[in-house]
Write a protein that binds this ligand. Structure first.
Ligand SMILES: O=C(O)c1ccccc1N[C@@H]1O[C@H](COP(=O)(O)O)[C@@H](O)[C@H]1O
Length: 215
């Protein structure tokens, strides 16, 4: 099975080019002002113009209201919306209907009972992003470089296509895929040289390790 890779939080052309050339299937732009990876709609539009056909442009939002979504959608030709806040299933359905775009909902996992949300969101979202649940004092709702216990996902059937996220790095991604059998993976801080600055060589290493045959 070919693993799909998403490189998230791209802010610069060099990181974007490294991701595309190494075979990323998704590239992510963060529209959340508190993130060090935040990009303006104008900057994202410039980056989006460099993304070839076949690579999906993902816009990451945290509890956006309709005006915030429309301000981005009017300027940036996104292919997929990622909701990474406390959006309810009803709000996921509403964003999907209003935008006309597929929606990927992030679900935070820390304990076995968190897995129940995968069913609820799987009924309305087009894709799921299974991430570590951020601790209460975490600076961000995602992008903190924190992993969860991947064994919680072992043998689990997930209703929709999904990506594994949270604390992935070139060093641990092969083990994460081996344990979870994730069909796709998503990374942000694990391929950076500093918050918000992607390291092209770490991106290349990450994609090479993620897509290498599982032994
Ligand atoms: O990356 C961010 O700054 C961010 C901000 C707010 C919500 C989500 C964010 N990132 C997403 O979280 C995953 C996991 O990040 P990491 O690899 O653990 O750093 C990332 O892939 C983004 O989808």
């Amino acid at each position: 099975m070919a693993i799909s890779v998403k490189i998230c939080g791209l802010t610069e052309a060099a990181g974007l080019a490294a991701a595309v050339e190494a075979g990323a299937r998704y590239v992510g732009f963060v529209f959340f002002p508190k993130s060090p990876r935040h990009v303006t709609p104008e900057a994202a539009a410039e980056l989006a113009a460099q993304v070839p056909l076949g690579v999906a442009k993902v816009g990451l939002f945290v509890d956006p209201d309709d005006a915030a979504l429309e301000a981005v959608l009017a300027r940036v030709p996104l292919d997929l919306i990622q909701l990474h806040g406390a959006e309810t299933p009803a709000r996921v359905a509403e964003v999907k209907a209003r935008s006309g775009l597929p929606v990927m909902k992030a679900v935070g996992i820390a304990d076995p009972q968190d897995l129940d949300q995968l069913w609820d969101y799987g009924l309305v979202a087009d894709m799921l992003l299974i991430d570590a649940k951020p601790p209460k004092d975490a600076p961000l709702p995602g992008g903190n470089g924190l992993a969860f216990d991947w064994r919680l996902l072992a043998g689990r059937q997930i209703l929709k296509p999904w990506l594994l996220a949270g604390g992935l790095t070139p060093e641990n991604v092969a083990e994460a895929i081996r344990l979870t059998r994730a069909p796709g993976i998503d990374v942000s801080s694990g391929v950076e040289s500093a918050p918000g600055i992607k390291d092209p060589q770490r991106i290349r290493n990450f994609i090479a390790r993620a897509t290498a045959p599982i032994l």
